[in-house]
Design a protein around this ligand. Structure first.
Ligand SMILES: *Cc1c(COP(=O)(O)O)cnc(C)c1O
Length: 492
């Protein structure tokens, strides 16, 4: 299997190499044209569990890893690390279903991929004498999940940047208290897009070559890395299997998935599953007030020239959804020239437009909708009061969007991406109908949420109270490269 750039077909590499590199040299994302030939049918899923499904999916998409490497990695990633035995259980919520993706070590769906990515990387690096420095921009959840996944992995260092003051109290403490000899964490003055653009810039800057010369390759743990994307494909298949087991669908019946979307990685994994043969009906892209994707999927114009809005769903406060590029690649029939020109427009003018035909093609699979903060809180309140389910704001955005569309008859699975206890203040306000006092910190809100609902917070979040803050650095975007250089000079 050859992975090449979305922007040019030459210079293809193996899955291992694509995974170590993260991003293509021309700024494009790694894709493979054999995706549609990787078939996994509903009937093949019967009798598998989460790990068995993961092995099937990974063997298809990362064909140069041995079965031994994959199954050992899977055992380490998903063996006893998730609170739920099922890893990602599907549970009912009214007429819909929740796919609970947040039972991992950091209580966010990103754990599903970031417990696995380090396993792929250490298998790919083994015996090569190479070292890798992971550099990641995070809007909150990726950072902690990556720090946790890569902590003390030999030969790999990790540097995480997050936008200063724009992550929740709990998310901040999760990162600032991270232990491990190979971890580096800094806040950055700016918003997530500034941080992510600067990381992308660093990957194309002279620093990359400078570090390369000292034996350290830069790589990314962002959802543009195929090693992030591939593990996420698993839970779409596994969710379908769970629905078959519950008798909610028969093999071959369509299932719709509604996905709270930021960087477009999670929903893209559903699109991959669909192309691989899973009977996915519609993929519903749910956004917050930064609804650049809703506009794109409605008009065919992607325009990031708008003001950035800080919402109660920070992991979706994104105006450049990087993984959209892969969807455009596949829906354009693999037209690298077109993708290169669209991305050039995006870089130079902050906007691009697709043809009517291409928009029709996209809309035959993707639907969209969005929720503002008030609607999000109302959805949390309704889920708690009517359905007896406590959900986080990101999940609530998707639930609202799923519930307002016309029913198609197909079951709708709403991806539930974080523990509500990561966003205690807003969830408390939604459940109680009034905001906690402004001077309450995250833990005071956590206690209040537990008291109001009788639900215990996850141990990994509750335990943060007693951990010392180890990382206090704040840099400007211009200072990020120096921070990475210093990190790369440390031992790891
Ligand atoms: C990252 C994240 C999302 C968005 O996922 P993308 O893959 O970036 O679209 C949604 N909800 C939560 C809680 C997240 O952490």
């Amino acid at each position: 299997m050859i992975y090449h750039s979305t922007r040019c077909r030459g210079g293809g590499v193996s899955a291992r190499e694509a995974l170590l590199k993260g991003l293509c040299a021309d700024g494009g994302l790694f894709v493979c044209d054999a995706l549609d030939a990787c078939r996994l049918e509903p009937a093949d899923l019967q009798g598998l569990d989460y790990r068995g499904t993961a092995l099937r999916v990974f063997s298809l998409l990362l064909d140069d890893f041995s079965e031994k490497e994959l199954s050992e990695g899977i055992a380490r990633a998903y063996g006893g690390t998730f609170v739920s035995e099922a890893v990602t259980p599907v549970t009912p919520i009214g007429d819909e279903w929740l796919l609970e993706l947040y039972h991992g070590p950091t209580s966010a769906f990103k754990d599903v991929a970031l417990c696995m990515l380090p396993q792929f990387m250490s298998a790919a690096l083994a015996g090569s004498g190479r070292r890798v420095m992971i550099v990641t921009a995070t809007s909150g959840d990726t950072g902690k999940a990556a720090l946790n996944g890569f902590m003390n992995v030999p030969g790999v260092g990790i540097t995480v940047f997050f936008p200063h003051g724009k992550v929740s109290d709990i998310q901040y403490l999760q990162m600032a208290t991270q232990e491990g000899s190979n971890v580096n964490v800094s806040a950055v003055e700016g918003n997530f897009d500034d941080v992510q653009s600067t990381v992308k810039y660093i990957f194309a800057s002279p620093l990359k070559a400078e570090l390369e010369a000292s034996g350290v390759s830069l790589s990314s743990a962002n959802s543009i890395n195929i090693g992030r994307l591939v593990p996420q494909v698993t839970y779409y298949f596994d969710a379908y299997r769970q629905l078959m087991e519950r008798g909610a669908v028969k093999a071959g019946d369509p299932v719709d998935f509604c996905v709270p979307t930021g960087n477009f990685g999670d929903v893209l994994a559903g699109y991959y599953a669909r192309r691989m043969g899973l009977p996915v009906g519609r993929l519903i892209v749910a956004s917050n007030a930064n609804n650049v994707l809703t506009d794109f999927l409605t008009t065919g114009v992607y325009d990031r020239n708008r003001s950035f809005i800080k919402t109660i769903t920070p992991s979706m406060d994104i105006l450049i959804s990087s993984n959209l590029e892969r969807m455009l690649y596949y829906t354009s029939g693999g037209n690298t020239e077109l993708i290169a020109s669209l991305m050039k427009d995006l870089a130079e003018k902050g906007r691009f437009e697709v043809s009517g035909d291409m928009l029709d093609e996209i809309r035959s699979v993707f639907e969209c909708g969005w929720a503002n903060d008030e609607e999000t809180k109302a959805a949390i309140r309704e889920a708690w009061q009517k359905d007896g389910r406590l959900i986080d704001p990101h999940t609530a955005v998707a639930l609202k969007v799923a519930r307002e569309r016309e029913k198609t008859g197909a079951p709708v699975v709403v991806l539930s991406t974080a523990s509500p206890f990561k966003f205690c203040r807003d969830v408390c306000e939604a459940v109680a109908g009034r905001a906690p006092d402004a001077d309450w910190n995250g833990f005071r809100c956590m206690d209040e949420l537990a008291r109001l609902t009788g639900i215990e917070p996850p141990e990994a979040l509750d335990g943060l109270r007693s951990k010392p803050v180890l990382h206090e650095s704040v840099v400007t975007p211009e200072g990020m490269a120096d921070f990475v250089r210093a990190a790369a000079q440390r031992d790891f």
